[in-house]
Design a protein around this ligand. Sequence first.
Ligand code: GDP
Ligand code: MN
Length: 398
Amino acid sequence: MNIHEYQAKSLLKKYGVAVPRGGVAYTPQEAETVARELGGPVWVVKSQIHAGGRGAGRFKGNPEGKGGVRVVKSIEEVGKNAGEMLNNVLITKQTGPEGREVKRLYVEEGADIKRELYLGLLTDRATGRVTIMASTEGGMEIEEVAHNTPEKIVKVAIDPATGVQGYHTRKIAFALGLEGKQVGSAAKFITAAYKAFIDLDCAIVEINPLIVTGAGDILALDAKISFDDNALFRHKDIEELRDEAEEDPYEIEAAKHSLNYVKLDGNIGCMVNGAGLAMATMDIIKLYGGEPANFLDVGGGATKERVTAAFKLILSDSNVEGILVNIFGGIMRCDVIAEGVVAAAREVHLHVPLVVRLEGTNVDLGKKILAESGLPILSADNLADAAEKVVKAVKEAA
Ligand code: GDP
Ligand code: MN
């Protein structure tokens, strides 16, 4: 789960990470009020969307205009720029061409930027440790730095038993070219960010840019946090920060029914039990020249209701031109799946070819239910046969 910049900064601040003062605003009037309370002479009005590259982004219908992060020098300008950004669609490198509508702004006190650096914390699967990444090349995408000048990134893996130590923070501070009291400030900053990462079960904490001000202070000018969804149950207060407007509506619906669903770009909807089988199903669809429209794992112990919900979810995606149901009935019984498929196909007017491959417990009963349903369901005997049939059926229907 992702959250907005202003929410990330507020969480990090509680842990002692240095951030500029600011406040959230939903209207131009609120933006002006926040600016007045902060005091001048410089403010930054920042679009809050779950995507980076806002500064260099452009608003839809105004490609020559200004971006989603604006530095302004009067209260009136705060209101005027807020009005230009709110309820408009911001397109950045990370949003894709459709962009994201800006519904919230963050108004911050302006910072006197002397240097822009990068600091990121993430779980490195290779070492199995939280790894701190730092670079002198702040303000640009770290992927780009990693690609063009990998030697400019320093990585420090943290042993969970010791946590962040002085030698870790000094190594990072020196790599960033910090000196004097900045080394101590960086130690405090990094230690606080690491504590936040561990306490809040984060997947990513990214500060880009981390800045050094004219006065020599170290501040998080931007902040991004992604949480580990598997640990969210431990953090009800964080769950409340969720902004559903920023999430895929299909994935929200899936979560309500405990379905593991990820929308993809293809046209063949898949309903499978078990993540491994779902991956294999997607692979074999591609092998036969098709493109999966989604990953969907209905789980081992799915009920008829859950299968119906899954089926409706697949059909609600207008890109879907064919469906492949691939179920191995282990804990799950094939007759339950068959009943769910039939019920859903009746409820939601089935307008695309449907191929079903069932195997396992009560398979004969399941196949009988499908055959006697009177629905135009194509039955398949194995995985390859199923993939071949659905790809062919979609091509013929097109
Ligand atoms: P992103 O483009 O979505 O990553 O948004 P950022 O929060 O990183 O802002 C983009 C850029 O705007 C930063 O790299 C800074 O160069 C600039 N910026 C942000 N806040 C300030 C500020 O307070 N003062 C000045 N002068 N520039 C700022
Ligand atoms: Mn940034």
